[in-house]
Ligand binder design. Structure first.
Ligand code: SF4
Length: 446
């Protein structure tokens, strides 16, 4: 067997893609390795979201060139930087053998055979998503207790700061049958929780078994019938696609966890317009109200960008007001940074970095306080925790609450893979600590 090392950058969709690439290459003699040191092939599965993403990959490729000068090493670049840079990588980095975009990686075996046969470099950056999912192997590897499953890819929304529509292509949904079959396989291999992934997952419109177009709510309802599947989640959603049936699913489906990541990006209408988000602040607030009416305990998460071109002090204050009014259980916040090729990168009114930094600090302080308040509210409550893995201490297990909080529990290792009732005792910056209810009750009796 040859050894394959995959370095994954970015989001959960890349984590999913990396696992699928490993499965794809197993039949042609590659087994996964945790280290580059003894690898015969390395795949950089790249992400284009962060600033200077492409330059960072070129630096990494420089380091890999030194390795390749010492030994035989096949180097592949996959993911969104591969898609965005394409032939530029081939030109700038002759040590690279393969450049493959996120919608073409099912062609990896054929590309490896091609370069073995005739040498040179291979490049595939088309968008044949349909073909990709048909070509991927069916024997999904164990995804663990909590597994990811891509149901939708690509984006038609064209937010003015984002490269995804260019790197992942147009919106595409897999069929219900394909997803259900993969879900059943994952559950048979031990998954108790599935997170359905998509760049715009709630824009899911896949062909159902009746030949009609099914929504994400229809799909979730179908998957909820799988025996042994205890929990369902989905991400990432767009506010415009929070349809009535999806909101109702949060009320009606016991398996659908009370957690929703719904990026707001800004609390100012003029910034949202400049971002081409396609919704107003009032619409976002109304959507949150509808969701909370359906599922009052839902934990909300969001993304925010500060310092978007043209963002005034008043615009930023409106973002802080939105945060204050909604109350988020957690959120991600970033300073705006230019992505080459996107409309916002060419905008004239770029915000100085010092201003962006100050706004980010203020926003993160507010979000941090909300997170701490949400977590502190859990103390004294009993939450159902799905135990996923062993902790650092002997007997300790780590799991997730319904609200996606990490929970550490002593003497719970025997429960890994199962859901336990946990009394929450304490809060740490990034996790909760609790005891199994039986232990808590025993301690109370003494
Ligand atoms: S909806 Fe999301 S993926 Fe699509 S362009 Fe906007 S930020 Fe990017």
């Amino acid at each position: 067997m040859k050894k394959l090392f995959i370095k994954t950058y970015g989001c959960q969709m890349n984590v999913y893609d990396s696992a699928r690439m490993a499965e794809l290459l197993a039949p042609i003699g590659f087994c996964p390795s945790d280290t580059l040191d003894d690898a015969d092939m390395v795949i950089l599965n790249t992400c284009h979201i962060r600033e200077k993403a492409a330059e960072k990959i070129y630096s990494e490729l420089g380091r890999l060139r030194q390795q390749k000068e010492k030994r035989k090493l096949t180097i592949a670049v996959a993911g969104c930087v591969a898609q965005a840079e394409g032939a530029e990588i081939i030109a700038r980095a002759p040590q690279v053998d393969i450049v493959v975009g996120p919608q073409s990686y099912h062609r990896l075996p054929e590309m490896i055979a091609r370069i073995a046969r005739s040498g040179g470099q291979a490049l595939e950056t088309e968008f044949p998503a349909l073909e990709k999912f048909d070509a991927l192997p069916n024997d999904a590897s164990p995804g663990g207790v909590s597994a990811f499953l891509t149901v939708q890819e690509g984006c038609d929304k064209f937010c003015s700061f984002c490269v995804v529509p260019y790197t992942r292509g147009p919106e595409y949904s897999r069929t219900v049958a394909q997803i259900e079959a993969e879900a059943v396989r994952l559950v048979a291999r031990g998954a108790k929780e599935l997170t359905l992934l998509g760049q715009n997952v709630n824009a899911y419109r896949g062909e159902g078994p009746d030949g009609k177009t099914w929504s994400l709510a229809d799909l979730l309802g179908r998957l909820a019938n799988i025996d042994g599947l205890a929990r369902l989640r989905y991400m990432t959603s767009h506010p415009r696609d929070m349809s009535d049936d999806l909101i109702a699913a949060h009320r009606d489906l016991a398996q659908l966890m009370p957690f929703l990541h719904l990026p707001a990006q800004s609390g100012s209408d003029s910034v949202l317009r400049a971002m081409n988000r396609g919704h107003s602040v009032a619409e976002y607030r109304r959507t949150i109200d509808r969701i909370r009416a359906a599922r009052p305990d839902i934990a909300l998460s969001s993304d925010f960008i500060v310092g978007f071109p043209g963002e005034s002090d008043a615009d930023f204050a409106a973002t802080l007001a939105l945060v204050r009014d909604v109350g988020f259980a957690q959120a991600y916040s970033f300073k705006y940074s230019r992505r080459p090729g996107t409309p916002a990168a060419a905008a004239r009114k770029q915000i100085p970095d010092g201003v962006k930094e100050a706004r980010l600090q203020e926003l993160q302080t507010a979000l941090g306080e909300q997170r701490a308040a949400f977590d502190t509210n859990s103390v004294g409550r009993v939450l159902e925790v799905l135990f996923e893995k062993a902790g650092r201490r002997a007997g300790q297990a780590i799991g997730r609450s319904p609200y996606l909080q990490a929970v550490h529990v002593e003497n719970a290792a025997a429960h890994i893979g199962a859901i336990g009732r946990v009394h929450i005792d304490a809060v740490f910056p990034n996790s909760l600590k609790g005891r199994l209810v039986a232990e808590h009750e025993k301690a109370m009796r003494h």
